[in-house]
Design a binder for this molecule. Structure first.
Ligand SMILES: *[C@@H]1O[C@H](CO)[C@@H](O)[C@H](O)[C@H]1NC(C)=O
Ligand SMILES: *[C@@H]1O[C@H](CO)[C@@H](O)[C@H](O)[C@H]1NC(C)=O
Ligand SMILES: *[C@@H]1O[C@H](CO)[C@@H](O)[C@H](O)[C@H]1NC(C)=O
Length: 322
């Protein structure tokens, strides 16, 4: 017994050293199945990143079955039946933005599947698009063409940087200046190196998993646990009414406020989920070629609808805690 207590004390002490802070939060929004239709707005807008995509409104998405809900699941996909003529508007897809916006919060995304395929550029992110970049942007999970880099990234107004090293996170920092007005808006990013199943086909093969964000004025943390990971905290995975992030272990990505005043660089952010094709990142000719994908991005996406049968998000839930 004494030994157990001592071991417990050591474990707690080392945890406290590895994760700055951590706190208890209470469930404020639980979005499951048909709730996605009332908690999110479908945005039929042009893609600001020049993607080969046509974002459709909710009625169109439902009539084309690009979105589909049951009592416990929500699916959001791109068109996988239409051959697109050269020069015509891009492939139909969906972009949704939460009606609620959040400052200090935790969000847990329970995802069974994410879009895969050459040319796909899926993203789950938070931002205030009406005040960008001053209101900040956190890309929770984002990647292109099924492959690296899969990363979490901040995009902000000037004077926000993250440390190049010495950060207690599982991933690898790949850019330190979060300023969206420099480096072609690369932002400050952390590649999720700890788990090959964090993105694309690997993620889908294991039945997905959970991404979580904790945003405070002291830090922004991102965690990923794949389905079946026995170390995944049960409060996060069960949709508990409260969660305690101090028990969640070392995050995949950790953005401290050491060289960035998070309180002034981020305002209330909406959750945004979108699937575009090609565009500035996925369709960049060097990026596209390096991923081993055929043809050019636009030609491939236009000509091969059947390549996109797996280009869909499937969510079990999104739970937000404040
Ligand atoms: C899709 O998501 C990425 C997220 O990083 C963003 O850069 C891009 O502008 C988004 N496109 C649309 C239309 O929302
Ligand atoms: C709509 O999509 C869902 C999910 O993929 C599928 O189960 C359902 O059969 C589709 N409905 C129609 C009418 O195609
Ligand atoms: C995610 O990125 C890391 C670092 O580049 C890489 O090692 C890993 O294989 C990637 N995972 C996938 C599924 O692409």
């Amino acid at each position: 017994m004494v030994f157990k207590l001592a071991a417990g004390y050591i474990a707690l002490a080392s945890l406290a050293g590895s994760v700055l802070g951590g706190a208890t939060y209470t469930l404020s929004d639980s979005i499951v199945g048909n709730d996605f239709y009332t908690s999110f707005t479908f945005e039929a807008i042009p893609d600001p990143t020049d993607g080969d995509v046509t974002y459709v409104d909710m009625a169109t998405a439902q009539s084309l079955n690009l979105t589909y809900a049951t009592s416990d699941t929500f699916i959001m996909r791109a068109d996988d039946t239409t051959v697109i003529a050269t020069g015509a508007a891009g492939r139909n897809s969906v972009r949704i933005q939460s009606n609620n916006a959040y400052t200090t919060h935790v969000a847990v995304f329970d995802m069974q599947h994410m879009p895969q395929g050459c040319g796909t550029w899926p993203a789950v992110w938070e931002s205030d698009t009406s005040n960008w970049p001053d209101g900040g942007e956190v890309d929770i999970v984002e990647g292109v063409n099924d492959v690296t880099p899969n990363q979490s990234t901040l995009h902000t107004s000037p004077d926000c940087e993250i440390p190049a090293s010495g950060v207690d996170q599982l991933g690898t920092t790949v850019g330190t200046d979060c300023d969206a007005t420099v480096n072609g808006n690369a932002g400050c990013g952390v590649q999720l190196t700890e788990d090959d199943n964090s993105f694309g086909p690997g993620f889908n093969n294991v039945g997905g998993g959970w991404y979580a964000i904790e945003r405070t004025t002291d830090y922004i943390s991102i965690w990923f646990w794949e389905r079946g990971d026995t170390s995944a905290p049960t409060d996060a995975t069960s949709g508990a009414s409260t969660v305690d992030t101090s028990n969640w272990g070392t995050p995949a990505a950790y953005f401290p406020n050491t060289d960035c005043d998070l309180a002034t660089h981020f305002d209330a952010n909406n959750i945004i989920i979108n699937l575009t094709f090609c565009g500035d990142w996925a369709g960049n000719s060097a990026v596209y070629a390096a991923s081993g994908c055929p043809s050019t991005c636009t030609d491939y996406v236009n000509a091969n609808p059947s390549a996109f049968t797996d280009a869909y998000f499937q969510f079990s839930s999104i739970n937000i805690y404040e």
